[in-house]
Design a protein around this ligand. Structure first.
Ligand SMILES: [Zn+2]
Length: 656
């Protein structure tokens, strides 16, 4: 029987599903054996192509006057009459405000230009000169101002005579800190720098659609491994980052929700930043979306900065200037990626741990991440050329796929939400020195994995060769071989409605497609037998008599009916809201399993048929479930593989 639940109201209790569950749990289908059969999504499946658009190149318009690199602030340009800069700072103990230092003016160090030769005759410029009463030489012509600023973040305001508006810009760079440089590095572990680069709402499929150049560079040049079974462990960014950075689900953490009266900041959580710092690493955390910060939007955020370099104050200030993915003349994602690059450059000989996240570019429009493709590739090339990747575990990942879109109404969209992008890049020496760890990682790339496993991997790097078993409550290091026969969503920390694993769901044997597929298998069986033409005289041709069972691969019902999460006693997104069943856009690209009877042999068979773009092919062997006894006596010795199909035309008692 097919389930028809769509007639019910919008809310379903979870017990409702258990009562009506008709999904048969099957571990082995065809020649594939695993506790979780992962979907193999086509990123360019026809059902999603209408949502894919090419937005071209990002154009950030605006004049650029200021540059900030290696603690040197430089301002240059024409017709500048005033420059002020202020460092961007974090008020003590406050994650939600930003303060600016007192303004410092930059004076012009440029050679004055002869007035006769300058084009300083416009009304506006004369007006400005009169208004501000400045010397002509400093208010016109070229301006060059410099200052050494030992800070990570500055805001620069430039007033020019060519515009009524002040040109404001913000800059970020890593200014190395004495105490970080002096921090002793403890022995043990695997000496790898760690760089985690996140793009919000980016599924594996969407990364493949929109980031082809980066993807090619990762897989071809850097031999990166793509985790094909990486899945989500809750709703939204917080759930994934919480798992990856603490190894503990949000609902099991000390209460930090702003909505709860007896709650605190997230400082008490078990942050991986702290472990790396204690090991002697320099640490950095930069999250570009300050309004919807992973630990600030619903939660209290941090009282104390969790890392040596913590970019939240910068992004709070930058938010005021952010316009259509740009801050002035620059793309915000490039400012972020260059900050990461400056971290590598600032601590060349220190071990480094960084997490750089991007949400502005990818959260609301899944096509916009295409703007990042060439820029990310270029930053990776720079990191490679400057030899930084020679010592880095680089993880580029999405936290989850798109959560709010038309695409999300389809089964493909729901599966994409659950299967974020994750690539892991390791240096060559690692692969040579630790071939077992590397081959385990390659094995695990085809297994269901989660951000909890990433946490375990990071802890494993710190404690290697010993395994931090006592610290790992959920998940397992990706450097250990994860047993795919026993790994399920349940034991990996993935609740059923998030689980992307496929199971066979019973469907009606009356569906025309099912009859077609059964006929397809019977034709296959006959063709196999009669490939040897003389068998045509020995064995009966088989005819489909009856279809006794039909199943097809589908994710769990809870996933198919899932609409969104809601607040409950456990956490802000732990309650579940169900709605109508998602449109099955994958019917033409699904694995079917059929049970049927043929005549005249009354043979009972089971076969798996994989549909790809509507074209069937057999997956694995056809199994005969009943005993064929001596039906194939006439060919049994010569053609043992055909025994299950051949029903000898003459009965055995008249054999000569
Ligand atoms: Zn997110």
């Amino acid at each position: 029987m097919v389930l028809h639940l769509s007639g019910y109201g919008l809310f379903y209790s979870s017990s409702h599903f258990q009562k009506t569950l008709r999904v048969k749990y099957v571990k082995q289908v065809g020649n594939y054996s695993s506790a979780c059969r992962l979907p193999n999504l086509n990123p360019f499946h026809p059902s999603i192509l209408e949502f894919v658009k090419d937005l071209g190149k990002l154009q950030c318009k605006g004049e650029r006057y200021s540059f900030f690199i290696n603690d040197l602030l430089e301002v240059k340009g024409q017709d500048i009459y005033s420059v002020q800069y202020r460092t961007i700072e974090r008020p003590h103990g406050d994650d939600f405000k930003v303060v600016l230092s007192d303004a410092t003016s930059l004076s012009n160090e440029a050679e004055p230009v002869n007035d006769e030769n300058s084009a300083n005759t416009g009304f506006l410029k004369k007006f400005w000169n009169a208004l501000i009463g400045s010397r002509k030489s400093s208010s016109t012509g070229p301006f060059l101002g410099k200052a050494t600023v030992k800070a990570d973040f500055v805001r620069v305001d430039v007033a020019t005579t060519s515009s009524w508006r002040t040109n404001s810009d913000v800059h970020m760079q890593v200014s190395p800190k004495e105490e970080v440089i002096a921090r002793p590095v403890k022995p043990g572990g695997i000496p790898l720098d760690i760089a985690l680069i996140m793009f919000d709402s980016t599924s594996a499929a969407n990364f493949k659609r929109k980031m082809p150049n980066t993807l090619q560079y990762l897989t071809k040049n850097l031999n990166s491994i793509l985790l094909e079974g990486e899945t989500i462990v809750g709703d939204g960014t917080t759930a994934q980052l919480c798992a990856m950075l603490t190894g503990i689900a949000e609902k099991k953490q000390p209460e930090a929700r702003r909505s709860e009266s007896s709650s605190d900041t997230v400082d008490k959580w078990r942050w991986i930043f702290r472990d790396f710092k204690q090991k002697g690493y320099a640490t950095l955390f930069s999250e570009d979306n300050s309004r919807f910060g992973s630990f600030n939007y619903r939660l209290h955020g941090f009282k104390d900065p969790p890392t040596d370099h913590f970019a939240r104050p910068f992004w709070l200030e930058a938010d005021k200037l952010l316009d259509n993915y740009c801050i002035g003349s620059r793309a915000a994602h490039n400012i972020s990626l260059e900050y990461l690059l400056s971290f590598f450059r600032a601590y060349k000989s220190k071990p480094k741990f960084s997490l750089t996240t991007h949400a502005d570019i990818s959260h609301d429009d899944q096509n916009a991440i295409g703007y990042v493709d060439d820029d990310l590739k270029s930053i990776l090339q720079t990191l490679e050329n400057e030899n930084f990747l020679a010592n880095t575990l680089l993880i580029i990942f999405g936290d989850h796929g798109a959560r709010f879109s038309d695409l999300r109404e389809t089964i493909q969209g729901k599966l994409e939400e659950r299967l974020p992008f994750m690539s892991i890049t390791l240096p060559k020496w690692f692969i040579e020195k630790y071939p077992d760890l590397h081959s385990n990682l390659v094995h695990n790339s085809k297994v269901l994995t989660t951000p909890f496993d990433v946490y375990a991997t990071l802890r494993h790097i710190l404690s290697y060769p010993s395994y931090p078993a006592g610290e790992i409550t959920t998940g397992e290091s990706l450097f250990n071989k994860i047993d795919k026969e026993s790994r399920t969503c349940e034991n990996a920390g993935v609740e059923e409605h998030w689980c992307p694993c496929l199971n066979l769901e019973e469907i009606s044997t009356d569906e025309p497609l099912i009859k077609e597929l059964a006929e397809f298998v019977v034709t296959f069986m006959n063709n196999l037998m009669f490939k040897n033409s003389h068998l045509e005289n020995l064995c009966h041709k088989l005819v489909l008599k009856k279809i006794t069972g039909a199943f097809r691969d589908m994710p769990s019902e809870k996933m198919q009916f899932f609409d969104k999460t809601r607040r409950d006693g456990e956490c802000d997104s732990c309650g579940l809201k169900f709605a109508g069943k998602s449109t099955n856009t994958l019917a033409d690209d699904t694995l079917y399993q059929l049970q049927f009877v043929t005549s005249p042999n009354e043979g009972f068979y089971e076969a798996s048929v994989k549909m790809k773009k509507g074209v069937p092919s057999l997956a694995g062997d056809v199994s005969r479930i009943d005993a064929y006894k001596d039906q194939p006596y006439c060919i049994a010795k010569k053609f043992p593989l055909l025994r299950k199909y051949c029903y000898c035309s003459q009965s055995p008692d008249i054999r000569s």
